[in-house]
Design a protein around this ligand. Structure first.
Ligand code: ZN
Length: 163
């Protein structure tokens, strides 16, 4: 049986002792990566509520537009680079369009965009794309906040019934 300090509270993978723990409501939480730590800090209430194993995925599919189509080699590198991000399920590139699906509970589009900019990739800077991105950032943030605020009222599972 694994101790709580052994698993990442966001994704359920093995925690990395090199990643600083976070104290929240007098409890300590541990993470496998800086990415998961950052995700936790955005919505600690959501991740502190229960173990990662009991959480459902919130699958998102998005198409991001790059400023220009990467050549085949860069596209290949990009697919594996993004695929390594926590929570990213599928990545494919078609011209300047980057299709990505991911679990919102582990990674947000904002984090994916940040990862792209970190390796020097430019996103399409048209007003249409900037608006779309701003809208996605807002709705994802609200969706996560709402999850923290109210536990699902749709299912009538009494508390503690899983034990
Ligand atoms: Zn993790």
């Amino acid at each position: 049986m694994k101790d709580d300090s052994d698993i990442c509270h966001v994704c359920g993978m093995e925690a990395d002792p090199g990643v600083a723990s976070v104290e929240y409501h007098r409890m300590y939480f541990y993470f496998c990566s800086e990415q998961c730590r950052e995700t936790f800090l955005e919505n600690p209430g959501l991740y502190a509520a229960g173990p990662p194993a009991g959480r459902k995925e919130i699958l998102k599919r998005r198409t991001l537009h790059l400023a220009q189509a990467p050549d085949e080699e860069v596209a290949g590198l990009l697919v594996s680079y993004l695929g390594d991000l926590m929570g990213v399920k599928e990545v494919s590139i078609e011209g300047e369009r980057l299709h990505v699906s991911y679990d919102l509970l582990r990674v947000t589009e904002a984090q994916i965009e940040e990862a792209l900019t970190e390796v020097g990739l430019q996103l399409d800077d048209s007003w249409r794309e900037r608006l779309r991105r701003a809208w996605v950032h807002d709705t994802e943030e609200i969706e996560l906040k709402n999850l923290t605020a109210k536990p699902s009222s749709c299912c009538n599972k009494p508390p503690g019934s899983s034990d």
